[in-house]
Each structure stands twice: as structure tokens, then as C-alpha cells.
Ligand binder design. Structure first.
Ligand code: TRP
Length: 458
């Protein structure tokens, strides 16, 4: 029985809004600063090829597996997996794979909301011209002072969380769809405007060689693992969301085609982000450094010196907030759906309860920056703030393990006739997909996992 599970949840209005919402979940902070940087660091064009291979061979198969689980279970991730396990007479323990995803999403959002709050605050700083003519030290100081002020971080984080709760409380079609239908095209448009600006006023040729010159000598085993880990994070895999969004999929939508679309769109945005950011960085003789510094110190420095920098800076941070926000609503959705199912809450109640929990958890990240670092721990042998610990635990432990179990479950436990019926692929491609899920993807993930937690260094 490949059956249609009756759902207590609603469905996407059409496959287009689903693709948009899932792309909104995938496109986020990871695409905008992390991808362009690691790509340059790891041999540019050579790394892009490896990354594309990871997306195609690991990312897309796991996405297909997740959406399949959601569509068959029609429930929140943990309960969808439990449902499919029952349909296939497999152990109910497999549902932990879904549960880990929901937990990962919840933990990620507790610090993601804080960073989205920074971006929000920087919209106003950019618009007020605070970067104009400032030097690197002054802007470093501005950022340092800002994150050292828990009161204002808390205000911004609360705004982001309140807005997230508000949108999610309105339901699937009136909330999530409506927000992504406006924000994703707007984000893309703003990104393209910045790429246009960068090609006029920035150093595009330095960018093109930084990003695309294929230097295979810089490519190490480590960069292959980096590419794999990032493809995972960037496509929002193993964090519950693709199972959840799959549970809302209209019956006739093709899982395979939409997954390929989402993966392509996510990769395209990552490449565009590089073309937007680096020309500005290089034209001003700045370092393409990684992480928060690139976005919150280096770029403001460049905007402060460039023609129309005040406007473009503002546009940039609005774009970043849109990208982060469509991820934030995705990150909270599975816990809200779970509360609706499990506790019989109405959506509004569920969203508020999940939001309050997140707000409390986000305090750990708000208080993670000097001199207010009461939230510190040394469980990993070194002193880390909870901001780092949450990121590490969710991204490096829960995501790879969750992905591994999903691949193994769908590869080994789900009846192949059901899967073949649903995916409707040519035989050879279907067999390849199964081989990927059963063997190749698990081996890859185990290699990344062991490398990440430092058990083996390749
Ligand atoms: N993909 C997001 C990014 O690139 C981050 C992310 C990871 C995410 N898991 C998620 C977003 C689950 C939404 C839902 O920034």
C-alpha cells in the first residue's frame, strides 16, 4: 500500500510555492558568507566542481529521501518517520532520525535568530550613514560594542523571533507561503542589483579568478569534506525541514524534479552572493576573511568608501535579513507542527509556545560575547561560548548523524516498490539512487563526521 496518509495539516497551494518556500529555507546565512569564502580558500573552480558533485551525489539523494518520508508520513518529522517505519515493519527507533532533525532545527534557530538580529540592526546603521568614511578599527569597534551589548541584541533577537512566530502562527498558506512569495523574489532582485553594482564599481576580474580559476593543487581531502559538510548545511538537510515541507506536498508533485530545482537554486544564490560580495571587497583592497567579520566589518568598510554605498549597504542588509528570515520560519515550523499534533494545540498557541522556548534558549547566544560571556562551557576541553557550542553540536553532530540515519533508513528499510512508484524514475537512475543512499552517502557522511569531531584527520 503506497497509500495516501490523511493529514491534519494543510498543503502548499501548488508546487511553485513549495519550491519557493524550500528554496527560502535552503538559502540563508550559509550561502551568503560561508560559501563564497570556502570556495576561494579551497581552490576556486576546482572546489566548485567538488561541491556540485556533493550536491548531486549526496545532497539531492538525501533531499529526495527526506521529502519522500514527509510525503508518506504527512506528519512532523519524527512522527512521519515513525509512520513510514510502521508501514515498512521497521523498528520504531528509526523515528529518532526525524527527532534529531527537529532538535537540530530548534537549536540552530536559537543562534540563527541572534545573527539575523545583527543583520536587522545593520540595516539601520547602514541607512543612517554610520559607515561613511570610517576605518577598519572604528568599524571593528562598532561591531564589537554592538555584540557586547546584550540589551540591544535581545531587542533585535526578540523582534526576529516575534515576527517568525507571527508568520508561522498564520498557518501554511497565509503565513509561510505569503512571506516567502514576497521575500524570495525580493531577495533575489536585491542580490542581482548588488551584483550589478559590484560589476560596475567593484573588481569583477579579481573576483572571477578568486572564485573560478580551477586550482586543483589547493584541493585537499579536507576540502572535499568541507564541500560535503557545507552542501548538507546549505540545503538544510537533516534538520527536519525537508521532511516537514514534504509533508505539505500536494499529492501529484514530483519529488525528484522539485528537489533538483531547489538544489540548483540554492547553488545559484551561493554563486551570486560571491559575485556580489567579493568585487566590493577586492576593489577596496580588503581581505576576503570568513565569518561575521566579512559581513559586519569588511563590507561596511567598503560601503563607507564607495559611491552610493549608504544605499547599497542598506539594500545588502535588507537582502540578508530576507534570506535569514525565510530560513527562520522554516527552522521553527517542525516544532510548531509537532506541538499541534502531540499536544492538540492550535497553530497560534503552538507558535507562541515554541517561540517562548526559543527566546529563552536564545539568551545563551545573546550572552555569549565578551564581556558578557556568562554562557561559557569547557565540555570540549577548550572554553567555548554557548553560541559556538550550539552551532557545533547542531551542525557538526546532529546534522551528519541525522542525515546518515535517513539515508540508511530509506536505502535499506523502505520497500523499493513503494519508493519506485512514488519517484517514477527510469530504472537505471532509480538503481543508482538506491546505491547512493545505501552505501555511498553513508560512507561519505561517516568520513565527514569522524573528520569533523576530530577522531580522524584526513
Ligand atoms: N540552509 C541554511 C543556510 O544556508 C541553514 C539551515 C540549516 C537551515 N538547516 C536548516 C535553514 C533548516 C532552515 C531550516 O543558511
Amino acid at each position: 500500500m503506497s497509500g495516501t496518509q490523511q493529514s491534519i495539516h494543510s498543503q502548499w497551494s501548488n508546487k511553485f510555492t513549495y519550491v519557493l518556500a524550500a528554496t527560502g529555507a535552503a538559502v540563508g546565512l550559509g550561502n551568503i558568507w560561508k560559501f563564497p569564502y570556502i570556495m576561494g580558500e579551497n581552490g576556486g573552480g576546482a572546489f566548485v566542481l567538488v561541491y556540485l558533485a556533493c550536491i548531486a551525489l549526496v545532497g539531492v539523494p538525501i533531499m529526495i529521501a527526506e521529502v519522500y518520508l514527509g510525503k508518506k508520513g504527512r506528519l512532523s518529522p519524527m512522527r512521519s518517520v515513525a509512520q513510514v517505519a510502521k508501514q515498512n515493519s521497521a523498528s520504531p527507533l528509526w523515528q529518532l532520525a526525524g527527532g534529531m532533525g527537529v532538535l537540530a532545527g530548534y537549536l540552530i534557530l536559537s543562534f540563527y535568530a541572534v545573527v539575523a538580529g545583527w543583520a536587522c540592526a545593520y540595516i539601520f546603521k547602514a541607512a543612517a550613514g554610520e559607515f561613511n568614511g570610517q576605518d577598519a578599527t572604528a568599524l571593528g569597534q562598532t561591531f564589537g560594542d554592538f555584540i557586547a551589548d546584550p540589551a540591544s541584541l535581545l531587542v533585535w533577537t526578540s523582534c526576529i523571533l516575534a515576527l517568525t512566530v507571527f508568520v508561522v502562527a498564520r498557518g501554511l498558506q497565509r503565513g509561510l507561503e505569503k512571506a516567502t512569495r514576497f521575500m524570495m523574489p525580493a531577495m533575489l532582485l536585491l542580490l542581482i542589483v548588488i551584483v550589478g553594482y559590484s560589476s560596475m564599481y567593484g573588481d569583477m576580474s579579481a573576483t572571477l579568478s578568486f572564485m573560478f580559476a580551477a586550482d586543483f593543487s589547493k584541493l585537499t581531502v579536507d576540502s572535499v569534506l568541507t564541500a560535503l559538510g557545507h552542501s548538507f548545511f546549505s540545503l538544510s538537510l537533516a534538520s527536519g525541514i525537508m521532511i516537514m515541507y514534504g509533508a505539505y506536498l500536494p499529492e501529484k508533485t514530483s519529488i525528484v524534479k522539485t528537489s533538483v530545482w531547489i538544489a540548483c537554486a540554492d547553488t545559484l544564490v551561493a554563486l551570486l552572493a560571491g559575485l556580489a560580495i567579493f568585487p566590493i571587497v577586492f576593489a577596496n583592497g580588503l581581505e576576503p576573511g570568513a565569518g561575521p567579520g566579512l559581513i559586519f566589518v569588511t563590507l561596511p568598510l567598503a560601503f563607507g568608501q564607495m559611491p552610493a554605498g549608504q544605499l547599497i549597504g542598506t539594500v545588502f542588509f535588507v537582502m540578508l535579513v530576507f534570506a535569514a528570515f525565510t530560513s527562520a520560519i522554516a527552522l521553527i515550523e517542525s516544532s510548531v507542527a509537532w506541538l499541534v499534533e502531540k499536544c492538540g494545540f492550535r497553530r497560534v498557541q503552538a507558535a507562541i509556545v515554541a517561540g517562548i522556548g526559543l527566546w529563552i534558549l536564545s539568551l545563551l547566544s545573546v550572552y555569549s560575547f565578551a564581556p558578557n560571556t556568562w554562557a561559557q562551557t569547557d565540555i570540549f576541553g577548550e572554553t567555548k561560548s554557548y553560541f559556538d557550542v550550539l552551532d557545533y553540536f547542531a551542525s557538526n553532530i546532529l546534522l551528519p548523524l541525522g542525515g546518515l540515519f535517513i539515508a540508511l533508513f530509506v536505502g535499506w528499510k523502505v520497500r523499493k516498490t513503494d519508493l519506485a512508484n512514488e519517484l517514477n524514475l527510469p530504472q537505471a537512475i532509480f538503481q543508482t539512487l538506491i546505491l547512493l543512499l545505501k552505501v555511498i552517502t553513508p560512507i561519505f557522511i561517516i568520513a565527514v563526521f569522524l573528520n569533523l569531531i576530530g577522531v580522524v584527520k584526513f
